[in-house]
Ligand binder design. Structure first.
Ligand code: HEC
Length: 106
């Protein structure tokens, strides 16, 4: 019992050190790690995976017009061939990535 609860504490400490480092990463970092492979560095999905999966360009008027909440839902739950990030990214990380997407719309 003693050993396993000690291990639990160590795991919690490890998680506490690792999680904030990722949580603090900027929208740009999250985008590069999780979105760029399909949406491309400029958000225009002109890269092979983006073309193959028909990822949308962030300069598409439909994306520009969509509310943050709509884009959030699409990223969180997935849309078409885009995989859901639900459980893989926190809501705050998804929001940060969407704020970065907004900078690519221009
Ligand atoms: C595996 C490839 C892939 C990855 C990874 C991916 N996307 Fe997508 N994304 C797509 C595709 C394909 C669509 C078009 C979906 C559709 O309309 O059918 C899309 C659509 C979108 C849209 C438009 C949604 C809408 O409502 O029209 C946004 C915004 C978006 N992605 C943001 C992101 C963000 C932010 C990430 C990273 C967290 C991400 N995507 C990761 C493939 C991907």
């Amino acid at each position: 019992m003693k050993v396993s609860s000690k291990r639990f504490v160590i795991l919690c400490l490890a998680a506490a050190f690792v999680t904030p480092a990722f949580a603090q990463s900027s929208g740009a970092d999250i985008y590069k790690a999780k979105c760029l492979m399909c949406h491309g560095p400029d958000g225009m999905a002109n890269n092979p995976a983006g073309k193959a999966l028909k990822a949308v360009s962030f300069k598409d008027p439909a994306v520009i017009k969509a509310s943050d909440a709509e884009l959030f839902t699409a990223v969180k739950n997935g849309k078409g061939k885009m995989p859901a990030e639900n459980g893989k990214l926190t809501d705050a990380q998804i929001n940060a990535a969407i704020q970065y997407v907004r900078t690519l719309e221009k």
